[in-house]
Design a protein. Structure first.
Length: 84
């Protein structure tokens, strides 16, 4: 598989992830988007929440629509754009 600028993706616990970029961003003003698929209805969708952004890492969680801070594992994708 291709890494597309990602060195690693670590799971710190249920629904808690940290992505490490292969090249640091120039600052923490980069933009990122996290998407999640859902199975049969909107209640299966996950809401991403960014916990911390550093020039070399992004930590985020995946929560449910009813309780965004109650983390769950779910299929998702991450993209980031900015000056490196």
């Amino acid at each position: 598989s291709n890494s597309f600028g990602v060195t690693s993706l670590a799971r710190g616990g249920v629904g808690d992830y940290t992505v490490t970029w292969s090249t640091n961003f120039a600052n923490t003003d980069y933009a990122c988007a996290i998407t999640s698929s859902h199975a049969s209805d909107l209640n299966d969708a996950m809401i991403p929440n960014i916990r911390s952004a550093a020039v070399g890492t992004l930590r985020y969680g995946m929560g449910t629509p009813t309780t965004p801070t109650a983390l769950n594992d779910h299929d998702h994708a991450v993209i980031a754009c900015g000056t490196q």
